[in-house]
Ligand binder design. Structure first.
Ligand code: WQD
Length: 347
């Protein structure tokens, strides 16, 4: 009997790619999402999941639901027998979190607590959690391995990820039978090679590559490069960009790890290679054949100069490593953006 996996926030960029990989790996995903970051498609499904259905040729089970809604969660867990939960639902904009800390703690922390309570009440004690390299704060050394100190993050978004990691670790210590894999994402970019699904930020993109792609496709005039006076190869910020499909496959490897009764485990999901902003611009120009205009502006508050992963532990313990390089990341990103200049919305 195929295992049912609950995917919270499964209509989003990372969620929709995880749902696709879950089906490919023989699982039955059940998706909940509150449409905070997703566009409605026909038949009430999020457009991203309607496209995933087209790609996998089968129906994706979906319910519009907010993890803060305890009664709805109880109903959901009463309806399905989940073998595990992939918890991706949450607010994720660093800058916005500084303006709205309470909202971020309510949604990310309280939402997770409600979910964990519902899981416990129904005997579902296997979770994969979407954490972030931002929990490392300003790197004390590089590459970042999982032993690097955490909690140095300065914004409420990053702190919420750190607090949730600690909550889940304490739960696994206190209650037998809990297994958790916490995945610290570096910088996920790109799209499924079909070009049918991809990152579709609402409003002005906070992150680099969706913004670069929108410049390439002519939706934005130029990129603002946040500082070129960092101590890096060309003065611009260096990050560890990882193909979204590699990242999604890391979640499947994490599900398998849970089966080993692993307790609480933490892994970086990165490639181990860092690229600067200007190197990313150049790579995207090559992939798109378009000029990408940019202007150097002031540094962005809270940015670190350089951040990239030591991906060795995930390779060793999950048997997972990123397979795709920079060209593939940019080619797949360009295909998505060219086929969907306005993202999932029609106009
Ligand atoms: C990358 C580089 C910027 C935009 C954050 C979160 C992380 C994760 C991804 C949430 C930096 C530069 C960016 C722009 C620029 N989670 N940049 N102009 O800050 O590494 O990580 O987003 O989604 O948890 O911390 O990613 O893509 O915002 O920035 O010059 O318009 O690009 O300074 O050097 P970041 P990013």
């Amino acid at each position: 009997m195929a295992e049912k996996v609950l995917v919270t926030g499964g209509a989003g960029y990372i969620g929709s790619h995880c749902v696709l990989e879950l089906v490919a790996a023989g699982y039955v995903p059940v998706v909940i999402d509150n449409f905070h970051n997703a566009i409605r498609g026909e038949g009430g499904l999020p457009e991203s999941l309607r496209r995933v259905q087209g790609l996998v040729g089968r129906e994706i089970l979906f319910e519009e639901l907010d993890v803060l809604d305890e009664a709805a969660l109880r109903g959901l867990f009463g309806k399905h027998r989940f073998s595990a939960v992939m918890h991706l639902a949450g607010l994720k904009a660093v800058g916005e979190s500084v303006q709205q800390p309470l909202e971020y703690y309510k949604v990310n922390l309280t939402g997770t607590i409600r979910l964990l309570e519902a899981m416990n009440a129904h005997g579902v004690r296997n979770i994969v959690f979407s954490s972030s390299a931002t929990v490392y704060g300003d790197p004390a050394y590089l590459p970042l391995d999982e032993k690097h100190p955490v909690g140095g993050c300065t914004n409420p978004y990053g702190k919420s990820k750190y607090f949730i990691e600690e909550m889940i670790r304490d739960l696994c210590k206190a209650e037998k039978g809990w297994n958790a894999v916490l995945l610290r994402y570096f910088n996920p970019i790109g799209a499924h090679e079909s070009g049918d699904i991809g990152e579709d930020p609402q409003g002005i993109p906070n992150n680099l590559m969706p913004y670069v792609a929108q410049v390439a496709v002519g939706r934005r005039e130029f990129l603002s490069v946040f500082g070129n006076d960092y101590d890096t190869v060309d003065g611009t910020g260096v990050r560890d960009y990882i193909h979204i499909v590699d990242l999604a496959k890391g979640h499947i490897a994490a599900l398998k790890k849970l089966k080993e009764n692993c307790g609480c485990k933490i892994y970086n999901l990165g490639t181990g290679t860092g690229y600067s902003v200007l190197q990313m611009v150049k790579a995207m120009e090559k992939a798109s054949g378009r000029e990408i205009k940019y202007k150097i502006v002031a540094r962005r508050e809270g940015d670190v100069a350089t951040c990239y992963a030591d991906p060795g532990l995930a390779a060793q313990e999950l048997g997972w490593k990123a397979a795709f390089g920079l060209n593939k990341m940019c080619e797949d990103l360009w295909r998505w953006q060219m086929q969907n200049p306005m993202g999932f919305s029609k106009n």
